[in-house]
Write a protein that binds this ligand. Structure first.
Ligand code: SF4
Length: 251
């Protein structure tokens, strides 16, 4: 294993005071690099694995610890998001270990796009909770929406169940792609198979990141896709709740 001084993490940005990336108030580390190309991505500037800046593991930890009392007071912690943090699982392991020694709560915001190997398992041993993006239940639709099949996501969810890791599943509702009541029904049946999933966070698709696509000169496929209504989000949530799944969504 790399030690903390040798570890280099490629970072897009740090954000303090996050309230939407796990419980309490969070320090959010946006890691650089993502193997997916989600059609609705808000952060296409995190895709390039050579972008961002390299930060020594020790400095990542030091930056986070500046906010230790604040995080602990609010029962929050740090969330590693992206991009896809699992692309840098080797470098993140000593960072996670150092944070655990300081009793910092660690959440991993991921689509699970990685192989299940020793590095993945070791990182999960240091992870308190996972925010897992389930972008589509069907492999072919997932491929259309993100560029890759959902095999990794569900293999990862299987491991989270085996390790009984507290998990919040995130479902971004995209009109005409994954927004029907029948889909919600199937979604609920699938998620019910995972007792480690504490809740499903239902997030309406929105276009607030489109300006970044324009800046990067990348064509945006969902220009004509409307944002789902609050009523629809509530209806989908009721379907999940009726099957015994707790939901979280903006009311
Ligand atoms: S996984 Fe996240 S960062 Fe990567 S393309 Fe999808 S939405 Fe964007």
């Amino acid at each position: 294993m790399e030690n903390l001084n040798q570890a280099t993490v490629r970072i897009h940005s740090f954000e303090t005071g996050g309230t939407v990336d796990g419980p309490g108030i969070r320090f959010v580390v946006f890691t650089q690099g993502c193997p997916l190309r989600c059609q609705y991505c808000h952060n296409p500037d995190t895709w390039d694995v050579k972008g961002g800046r390299e930060v020594n593991g020790k400095d990542v930890v030091a930056e986070i610890l500046k906010y230790k009392s604040f995080m602990q007071f609010s029962h929050g912690g740090v969330t590693f998001s992206g991009g896809e943090p699992l692309l840098q699982k080797k470098a993140l392991l000593p960072v996670f270990k150092a944070l655990k020694k300081e009793h910092i709560h660690i959440a991993l915001d991921t689509a699970g796009t990685t192989n299940i190997d020793e590095d993945t398992l070791a990182l999960l041993d240091e992870t308190d909770m996972v925010l897992l993006d389930v972008k589509h239940l069907y492999p072919t639709e997932h491929q259309k929406l993100t560029g890759l099949s959902n095999k990794h996501t569900f293999d990862f969810l299987d491991v989270l169940r085996q390790k009984n890791i507290r998990t919040w599943v995130r479902w971004v509702v995209v009109p005409n792609i994954n927004d029907t009541q029948a889909y919600a029904d199937e979604f609920a049946d699938k998620i019910k198979q995972y007792p480690n999933v504490e809740l499903v966070e239902i997030l309406p698709y929105h276009q607030s990141g489109v300006f970044k696509w324009k800046e990067l000169g990348i064509p945006y496929a969902l220009t004509d896709t409307p944002e789902p209504s609050k009523e629809l989000i509530k209806e989908l949530s009721i379907i999940l709740e009726n099957k015994g799944i707790k939901t979280l969504y903006a009311r």
